[in-house]
Design a protein around this ligand. Structure first.
Ligand SMILES: [Zn+2]
Length: 466
């Protein structure tokens, strides 16, 4: 068989890997969108590097848009095969792809206004919300740890990586005549000792491994003290400074982590008695999906549910759905906590809260996730004194803090710990993807030091015979 690396090779977005078996079956692993490069990304996303009508199956590791975001596009362009993922990933795709379609439509409308002024014809969005909803018909869910025979040639199994709800490594067994080859695509790998999801789970011995490298040269702070740090920040922001604490957070994963941490602190009487608002419609829907998939939680969380009923609901926590209720928060003059998407502060309702409060010295802004270079979040975090929000220049008078322990990705020690479930001498090739080039090279050195061999750093659109 052959593998083509069609995305996430020199960067962390656009994951797409195409397997072609000896019989010619084409299996796509993930179909992610490129993100964060402005106008350039649209052209990159439309240029897939394969013909969607020729793909037989798509297997999805998890629902993050950089892994799933082009599914509606390939379906629209003629892909008619089945999409396999875990039940939670399927439910999350239902809301995330629809939301992405809505964003594509809104961005294109904005872009077309500019084109109209320049007397240029309008362009169409890469896909719409309707396309996204249509693509959901092709999904079939397969639970974790359940070997699933796709056809006489190959079978798959999802194994929990603890990166987000429903995220699974894809373990494939492929028959070639009398020989059987095994391949594991890890997708994204979560941290150890998290509060909601389990640790990344070991996978059976694989001949070939494709693995992520996002934090291949970084070490995170321990998760043990994350709650305490959060408590100190909340106390300082609302009890000392008597202002608003704005937490820009990814709607799925990070928001639920923060809400659950606040719930636990509340239970220990370690939280000031203020209102907490979750102001993101996507986060509200995602939280409902978390509640539905409690089977994916770790033991500690299961026990918490036995004792507390709803981990994502407690007194003084309010979920904000409507635009009117969101706007009402502008005139909420008492100290409070507002958790709102997006995490990189580039889109969503959080931009309105920042625009309204960033010039107020009593405000605290707390970042709890990764902010790509050049995003508003990155600018605020690096200490810019002036930032532009909705085209208006704002003085940054708010206090800015960050708490990276809540990261969804393991650091290099955690990723090596995860891969150490393997007999290193039996791995025929270990491919490093989903990372900047320098990070992948540094990660490769860490892996060598840990005893791994046969490491390969594939280039964009490289093809390798397995
Ligand atoms: Zn991810």
């Amino acid at each position: 068989m052959k593998i083509s690396f069609l995305g996430a090779t020199q960067e962390v977005t656009g994951s797409k890997f195409l397997i072609t078996t000896v019989k010619g079956t084409k299996i796509l692993l993930d179909c992610g969108m490129y993100q964060g490069k402005g106008l350039e990304t649209d052209a990159m996303n439309r240029d897939l590097g394969f013909d969607p009508t020729e793909i037989d199956y798509l297997i999805l590791s998890h629902s993050h848009i950089d892994h799933s975001g082009l599914i509606p596009y390939i379906c629209k362009e003629g892909f008619r095969g089945t999409i396999f993922c875990t039940p939670a990933a399927c439910d999350l795709c239902g809301i995330m792809l629809a939301d992405s379609g809505k964003i594509q439509e809104a961005d294109t409308m904005q872009f077309n206004k500019k084109r109209e002024k320049e007397n240029l014809p309008p362009v169409k969005p890469i896909y719409t919300m309707r396309d996204a909803m249509n693509s959901m018909r092709q999904f079939v869910s397969v639970p974790f740890d359940h070997p699933y025979r796709i056809n006489s040639e190959f079978s798959i199994r999802f194994i929990d990586t603890g990166h987000m709800l429903g995220s699974g490594a894809i373990y494939m067994t492929v028959k070639e005549g009398r020989k059987t080859k095994t391949l594991c695509y890890t997708g994204d790998i979560g941290r150890y000792n998290k509060k909601i999801l389990p640790d990344p789970k070991a996978f059976p011995q694989a001949d070939y491994i494709i693995t992520e490298s996002t934090y291949g040269d970084r070490l995170h702070t321990s998760l043990d003290f994350a709650e305490e740090e959060l408590m100190l920040i909340v106390k300082d922001a609302v009890a000392q400074r008597k202002g608003k604490l704005i937490i820009p957070a990814f709607a799925i994963g990070r928001t639920q982590d923060v809400v659950y941490a606040l719930h636990r602190l509340k239970g220990k009487n370690n939280l000031p008695d203020v209102d907490i608002f979750v102001d993101s419609p996507l986060a509200v829907s995602a939280t409902d999906i978390f509640r539905k998939h409690a089977e994916n939680f770790n033991e500690g969380m299961q026990k918490f549910i036995d004792d507390h009923d709803d981990p994502f609901g407690f007194e003084k926590l309010h979920y904000v759905r409507t635009v009117e209720d969101s706007k009402r928060l502008n005139t909420h003059n008492r100290p409070c906590v507002i958790i709102s998407a997006s995490g990189m502060m580039e889109a969503g309702r959080v931009k309105h809260h920042l625009a309204n409060n960033i010039e107020n010295p009593s405000t605290t802004i707390l970042s709890v996730g990764y902010c790509a270079p050049n995003t508003l979040g990155a600018k605020i975090l690096r200490g810019d004194k002036k930032v532009s929000i909705f085209g208006v220049s704002n003085q940054v008078r708010a206090t800015v803090k960050s708490l990276e322990a809540f990261s969804g990705h393991g650091d290099y020690e955690e990723m090596i710990r995860y891969l150490s479930c393997q007999n290193k001498s039996k791995i025929k090739q270990l491919f490093l993807v989903h990372g900047e080039d320098e990070v992948r090279r540094n990660y490769s050195r860490h892996l060598c030091d840990a005893g791994f061999n046969n490491i390969h750093i594939p280039m964009f659109r490289e093809e390798v015979e397995l």
